[in-house]
Write a protein that binds this ligand. Structure first.
Ligand SMILES: NC(=O)c1ccc[n+]([C@@H]2O[C@H](COP(=O)([O-])OP(=O)(O)OC[C@H]3O[C@@H](n4cnc5c(N)ncnc54)[C@H](OP(=O)(O)O)[C@@H]3O)[C@@H](O)[C@H]2O)c1
Length: 338
């Protein structure tokens, strides 16, 4: 397979994981890192033996050797950072949530099409063996037809107004950060819901601290979902089917355990993992590009746009509920991060 020269934008925690993941992605050559600070870029480059380090994102976008850019910046910057790279005709893999709203996602798609560039949301769960296995179990009706999904994602976050989790200017809030995983699972398995209701408790910064969601489909399917930075939820997903249930165990967005339960008992489904998991989305990007495709069939741009619409609608509805109230928090509140 041919080697592709990757560049990474941002030197935060996810960029470190992605750089490690690239080591297990066949065909990937981590060529370049860009940070707002040259010092941080140099340190990151030393860590992963990256030959080129830039002190601005623009320099990376201008480098003609960079073929694919991974964007690991806060949510509110995803759109601008993607446009910067697409304008310079780079393929882009941008972290989830793809952007802050559907207008931004539409703009990103427009730029990708105009510049004939590959674009994909880095929703890594989509490419993990666990999701492929769940889809196989459902398609083959191993536990019958799916009726209900119960899924949540929550942890006690260290409350700091300026952190990207709580800062509205960086696109904070539990739904966009972690609630996206249960919402994604429901949308993937059942499609866009016919009815949406939601409720949120707001943090003092105005972003959602916790959000509860109920989705339903005319076909009779329904989903009960939650996200929170205020409580350590099970972070499991259970898909209840007509003949039993499928459980994606904690943390379900990257489960190392998957089980099915039927009247005959409970059975573990083996999962084969390679690398830290981020390698799978990177391999999907390179596979698509090598096949001359500008988007992934597993995670098409129309899917990411609809997912954004669903997340946006959930948030808008949650904020409209009259009892949606702000919980008072201080920086002494709870101290733990994922
Ligand atoms: N797929 C996953 O499993 C996963 C897990 C965690 C997070 N994420 C996503 O990845 C993205 C980044 O999350 P993270 O946890 O890596 O965040 P983080 O540790 O805060 O890193 C974000 C990086 O973005 C850059 N940046 C640019 N402008 C910034 C600004 N105004 N304020 C702060 N940072 C800025 C910084 O890099 P430089 O200073 O080097 O420019 C910073 O290190 C988010 O969109 C999040 O949803 C995905």
């Amino acid at each position: 397979m041919r080697q592709y020269k990757w560049g990474i934008i941002g030197t935060g925690s996810i960029s470190h994981l992605f750089a490690q993941g690239l080591k297990d992605a066949s065909g990937a050559n981590l060529y370049c890192i860009a940070s707002r600070s040259k010092q941080k870029a140099d340190a990151f480059a030393r860590n992963y033996n990256i030959p080129v380090a830039y002190g601005s994102y623009e320099e990376l976008a201008d480098d003609p050797h960079v073929e694919i850019v991974y964007i690991g910046t806060p949510n509110s910057l995803h759109c601008d950072n993607s446009l910067l790279c697409l304008q310079k005709k780079k393929a882009v893999l941008c972290e989830k949530p793809f952007a802050m709203n559907t207008d931004q996602v539409e703009k990103m798609i427009h730029y990708a099409q105009k510049n004939n560039c590959f674009l994909m949301e880095a929703l890594w769960s989509r490419f993990l063996p666990s999701i492929q296995k769940v889809q196989w179990l459902i398609d083959n009706k191993v536990v019958g037809d799916p009726i209900c999904i119960k899924a949540d994602f929550g942890f006690l976050a260290d409350y700091k107004e300026e952190s990207r989790l709580f800062n509205p200017l960086l696109g904070g809030g539990s739904l966009l950060d972690i609630g996206i995983y249960p919402v994604f699972l429901s949308f993937l398995l059942f499609g866009y819901p016919d009815e949406i209701s939601s409720h949120a408790v707001m943090a003092p910064t105005g972003v959602d601290l916790s959000t509860g969601v109920f989705l339903s489909w005319k076909s009779g399917q329904f989903a009960q979902l939650a996200s929170s930075f205020d409580v350590d939820l099970d972070t499991e997903a259970v898909i209840y089917c007509t003949k039993g249930k499928i459980t994606l165990h904690r943390r379900f967005h990257m489960p190392t355990r998957l089980s099915i339960s039927t009247a005959d008992g409970c059975k573990e489904i083996p999962l084969d993992w390679k690398g830290n998991g981020y390698n799978y989305e990177a391999e999907e990007v390179m596979r698509c590009i090598s096949e001359g495709r500008l988007e992934s069939q597993l995670l098409p741009l129309s899917f990411s746009l609809q997912l954004m619409k669903l997340l946006q609608t959930i948030l808008e509805l949650a904020k409209k509920v009259p009892s949606a109230k702000e919980k008072s928090l201080s920086s002494e509140h709870i101290h733990q991060t994922v």
